[in-house]
Design a protein around this ligand. Structure first.
Ligand SMILES: NC(=O)c1ccc[n+]([C@@H]2O[C@H](COP(=O)([O-])OP(=O)(O)OC[C@H]3O[C@@H](n4cnc5c(N)ncnc54)[C@H](OP(=O)(O)O)[C@@H]3O)[C@@H](O)[C@H]2O)c1
Length: 375
């Protein structure tokens, strides 16, 4: 990036990714200017506007544009704005996809957290980025780890090994979980994240999304992507080369490291706010193969992901609806799997869908499931 001051838009600014990105950016005011903030409706965006003084804001929250001296814009207007150099994509769920598509169409570089967008329409988004010159830099910790292991290598990896904490119920069998509460499921053993991704981590749907995301971002076959349960969440992922050597990336469980790595890529910059790990005192690190059947959402997601195309829209739409219904207390935890499985089983693959077909299908699947459980 040649320019001295980089103009950034933070999408999902009030979420876990958005707030952590702002914490890093705040540390480097000579390098980054927050030109735009976008969220859904959380009023905490007002404090962010006061602190970062963005020129543009997209929010449903009520704000006084005169006293805050800010312009209201749509997310699409922000993503296509010529003044913006870099987009932090931290909106959760299927609604992240359109903003990412618009951003790549307009050649913006993207710090990518919102994995659902890549699951729904990854190939289309990647093709569009190749046309526009937009760079997609992963900040999800596992794809970032893979990226960091590959960087500097001239040989392609033969295998990717994605690590998984195993989520809130890693020591239980699926059939024992029918009466668990949202509070129990939200109690992630190692990471502090938004609600949807935390439930997706418990079911391991999040890991299925990362396998799909890694296939697309790193152009790997599914057969060359493994998942290993690593309870300590210190090794964020590994890559194996043809000579048998494995490279791993290790770090603290905070998103600051991958966010800062992508912001300054290829440089590594000192930031005293980021935690160091003590390499000489890591204790026991354990790795276990994933047992088929223990996480039915993971198995089913990958079974249908291999069929590809519109199945991935159904997967994301159904997962988002099922997670929301569970959090609202309308279904049991184990029903999450049943809802997703039934939606995928009923679907007939769409021929040659474009981006709008795929996002439309994800939204329709989500709405149909939510309205079925309305009362
Ligand atoms: N958190 C992590 O550590 C982590 C790690 C890796 C990947 N990710 C991925 O990053 C994404 C965000 O996760 P998160 O944990 O940060 O989620 P989160 O804490 O729930 O935050 C979501 C953000 O998106 C905004 N948002 C939701 N729907 C929106 C809409 N329709 N239009 C505009 N803004 C909208 C929310 O605004 P309001 O606050 O107004 O609701 C909030 O700012 C997900 O795709 C997740 O899988 C997260």
């Amino acid at each position: 990036m040649a320019k001295d001051l980089i103009n950034i838009a933070i999408l999902g600014s009030t979420g876990s990714i958005g707030t952590q990105a702002l914490e890093i950016i705040k540390f480097f005011p000579e390098k980054f200017n927050v030109l735009a903030l976008a969220n859904n409706s959380n009023p905490e965006i007002i404090e962010q506007i006061e602190l970062f003084k963005p020129k543009y804001v997209s929010t449903k929250s009520k704000i006084n544009t005169d006293s805050l001296s800010v312009n209201i814009a749509t997310i699409d207007e922000i993503c296509s704005n010529k003044e913006i150099d870099l987009i932090v994509a931290g909106i959760s769920g299927i609604e992240s996809a359109s903003s990412i598509f618009t951003s790549v169409q307009h050649g913006k570089d993207i710090l990518l957290a919102s994995k659902e967008a890549i699951v729904i329409a990854g190939e289309i988004i990647i093709n569009e980025s190749k046309k526009s010159g937009s760079k997609i830099l992963p900040i999800d910790s596992e794809p970032s780890a893979i990226w960091q292991c590959i960087n500097g290598e001239v040989s392609s990896p033969k295998k990717i090994i994605i690590t998984a904490s195993g989520g809130a119920f890693r020591d239980s069998g699926w059939l024992d979980l029918s009466s668990v509460t949202p509070q129990q499921a939200l109690n992630h053993p190692t990471w502090k994240m938004g609600n949807k991704i935390t439930i997706d981590s418990a079911t391991l749907m999040n890991k299925a999304f990362e396998v799909i995301e890694s296939k697309i971002l790193f152009d790997m076959d599914y057969k060359n992507i493994d998942v290993s349960i690593h309870k300590q969440s210190i090794v964020h992922s590994m890559v194996q080369f043809d000579d048998g050597v494995i490279k791993a990336q290790l770090g603290d469980t905070n998103m600051g490291n991958p966010i800062q790595y992508a912001l300054f890529y290829p440089e590594r910059i000192k930031n005293s706010n980021l935690g160091d790990i003590d390499g000489a005192d890591l204790g026991n690190l354990t790795f276990e193969k994933l047992h088929p059947g223990k996480y039915p959402c993971f198995d089913t997601a990958l079974h249908y992901a291999k069929k590809g195309g519109s199945y991935l829209s159904i997967l994301c739409g159904a997962d988002e609806a099922a997670v929301q219904l569970f959090l609202e207390g309308k279904i049991k935890y184990t029903d999450i799997y049943i809802i997703i499985y039934e939606a995928l089983k009923e679907h007939k693959k769409m021929a040659n869908p474009n981006f709008h077909d795929l996002i439309g299908l994800a939204r329709e699947t989500y709405s149909k499931i939510i309205s079925k459980y309305k009362n």
